[in-house]
Design a protein around this ligand. Structure first.
Ligand SMILES: [Zn+2]
Ligand SMILES: [Zn+2]
Length: 220
């Protein structure tokens, strides 16, 4: 075996133990979002509801959103290892966690929230795209980039909640015609503003229904 055949031993992104990208303990530690959840936004609650305190009265362009795990103190560093520290090997594990928790929507295509151009270090590494492709493979759906970021859109991270909602409006545009039923994949669902702005762009491009699927969901 030549040098190129040498595979560096992998370590768990959570605790550093040698082996898989995520060890059994850290994988189990991800809190799966179990029903009942809000029919529309996927927020877990005590009863199944069609709208919840979080999404009632809000104009959300997607039909429903589902997240697989709670974006808590255990999930946060793992997601950041994947997104910020280039642990691409986590995408496959995360996709299977999503597949385990979220029912495959009836759809024609999987697409994803496009990358942030202002963040140079993310060039070439787009977690939402990775997750979208992995889920497309698991669900037998084509994964197609349908969205682009509109010029001049600002980063969401670090902005207060109300600002985030204003900031994302018009931040995305479709790059081609969208099929009727689209699954939109993102890494983290925080306020739903990004997902809704993407869904708006998809619907303008011809989608009739947009289902949002995320790895992690903020739960207040
Ligand atoms: Zn671990
Ligand atoms: Zn809701």
């Amino acid at each position: 075996m030549g040098l190129l055949g040498v595979v560096l031993p992998s370590r768990c992104a959570g605790c550093g133990v040698p082996g898989a990208a995520l060890c059994e303990k850290c994988l189990t530690g991800l809190v799966r979002i179990a029903p009942p959840v809000c029919e529309r936004c996927g927020c877990p609650g005590a009863w199944p509801v069609r709208r919840c305190v979080e999404c009632a009265g809000r104009r959300l362009a997607f039909a429903r959103a589902r997240g697989a795990v709670v974006y808590d103190a255990h999930a946060r560093p793992l997601v950041s290892a994947w997104k910020e520290r280039g642990r691409r090997d986590l995408a496959g594990v995360f996709a299977s966690v999503v597949d385990e928790v979220v029912m495959r929507p009836d759809a024609d295509v999987v697409t994803f929230v496009p990358g942030d151009r202002e963040r140079g270090r993310e060039r070439g590494h787009l977690p939402a795209r990775q997750l979208g492709r992995a889920l497309g493979a698991l669900w037998g759906l084509p994964a197609t980039p349908l969205l682009v970021r509109a010029a001049g859109s600002r980063r969401q991270a670090g902005l207060p909640r109300a600002e985030r909602r204003k900031n994302v409006r018009g931040a995305f545009a479709a790059r081609s015609e969208a099929p009727p039923r689209v699954v939109l994949v993102d890494d983290v669902y925080t306020t739903g503003a990004t997902a809704s702005a993407c869904a708006t762009a998809l619907r303008r491009a011809g989608a009739r229904r947009v289902d949002v699927v995320c790895l992690a969901r903020a739960v207040r």
